[in-house]
Design a protein around this ligand. Structure first.
Ligand code: NAP
Ligand code: FE
Length: 367
């Protein structure tokens, strides 16, 4: 075995009314907070009200930036950082799905380093971010326990990770906020968490610590499959998905994601396929391509599938039809992936452009 390293410094508080019960933790982070959230959902699911009331009770001043779009752009991150600097904020609270939390991570780097520019997000790894609290309201990205922030760079026509490592200080997990989530968001984000567990487990960086967590996360996810398929999702299932997603975050914080995520980015950027679905449609073919058949078998066992076809059928049934790609698009996306060294290094063996084309073709032809 290689020499395993495990690091995950985020304090996780997972319970009903987590913010109200443990909000005192905000007082240690500063006196002026910037809440970064999406346009609507946090106002509807009760999370923004709980957060604001808690900060008011603690006499912490707060500003709200509530205009983060899905797959947040660098333009949005610049706006948040300008707003944060103007108001001298001392810490950030990312509230919502992965998009606002990632936007808060990236903006926290720029606010804390007043002379930095958006280019520094990709070239200055040593910059430190302001303290960040994450309150996820989707069960999918696991960003509450990863150091990553994924942003949309329109100049490069893709999504990419910032180079700084920004682990949230605290993650509040309350499945109550997920009860009104739409079917599409529930399924797409849930499949994102599943992709993290699978890609992290099969990664070249997987180790005994991350594998133990991935195995537990896969078992927990397996318990939710029937409910997802029939779309009968009660509080307990939401909570299980939220914990599975958080565990998946810890796994990819160690092991990273690989081909399905890298190959999914162009499907999102050019075709508007939601992030989780973009990875999910590629999973079956990716697993078929992986040479560690023992681990692939373990994944199917933990999820309680008899074979890879059953996993593929489940994904087709819940995700539905993805977009079709022309040959020109296939080659463009495959060659972008073939030069994505950050993702390729997380796959345990050599990958050629033809291998990537095969995974795209066999994934998309089934639909
Ligand atoms: P999202 O883009 O944050 O949100 C998707 C949609 O869900 C939005 O319309 C949002 O509405 C809505 N929504 C959020 N919470 C809701 C709730 N409780 N009830 C109803 N609707 C809700 O989705 P996401 O899948 O969580 O995040 C995707 C982003 O995370 C991508 O950019 C992806 O690349 C990134 N990601 C990051 C990591 C990481 O480690 N950092 C890992 C994987 C993925 P509002 O806009 O109104 O809030
Ligand atoms: Fe993801």
């Amino acid at each position: 075995m290689n020499n395993p390293i495990f690091y995950m410094p985020t304090k996780i508080i997972a319970q009903k009314n987590a913010i109200k019960n443990h909000g005192i933790a905000f007082s240690q982070l500063g006196e002026i907070a910037l809440i970064v959230t999406g346009r609507n959902s946090s106002k509807i699911n009760g999370s923004l009200t709980d957060l604001v009331e808690t900060l008011q009770n603690l006499n912490i001043s707060y500003y709200i930036y509530d205009d983060v779009e899905e797959n947040p752009s660098l333009e949005t991150i610049l706006k948040i950082s300008t707003f944060g600097k103007e108001n001298n904020v001392e810490f950030l609270i990312g509230l919502g799905g992965g998009s606002p939390i990632d936007a808060a991570k990236a903006a926290g780097v720029l606010i804390n380093n007043t002379d930095s520019t958006i280019d520094d997000l990709f070239i200055s790894p040593m910059l430190k971010a302001l303290p960040l609290v994450a309150i996820p309201t989707t069960a999918g990205t696991g960003t509450e326990t990863t150091p990553y922030a994924i942003v949309t760079d329109h100049r490069a026509e893709t999504k990419r990770g910032i180079v700084q490592r920004v682990f949230p200080v605290i993650a509040f997990l309350d499945a109550n906020y997920l009860m009104k989530t739409s079917k599409d968001v529930t399924i797409n984000t849930g499949v994102d968490a599943l992709s993290h567990l699978i890609e992290g487990y099969l990664s070249s960086n997987a180790n005994i610590f991350s594998d133990g967590l991935a195995e537990n996360g896969l078992k927990l996810f397996g318990k939710c499959l029937k409910e997802i398929n029939n779309y009968k999702i009660d509080f307990k299932t939401r909570e299980n998905l939220m914990i599975a997603s958080c565990i998946a975050g810890i796994v990819i914080a160690q092991a990273g994601t690989s081909l399905p995520h890298g190959m999914g980015y162009p499907l999102t950027y050019y075709k508007g396929v939601p992030h989780g679905k973009a990875n999910g449609v590629l999973l079956k073919s990716y697993m078929n391509f992986c040479s560690d058949k023992e681990k692939v078998k373990n994944i199917l066992n933990f999820l309680e599938f008899d074979n890879l076809d059953q996993l593929g059928d489940f994904l087709i049934s819940v995700l539905g039809k993805p977009v079709e790609l022309s040959d020109e698009e296939l080659y463009k996306y495959a060659s972008a992936m073939a030069s994505n060294t950050a993702k390729l290094k997380n796959h345990p063996s050599e990958v050629t452009c033809d291998d990537i084309l095969d995974i795209y073709r066999s994934s998309l032809k089934r639909f």
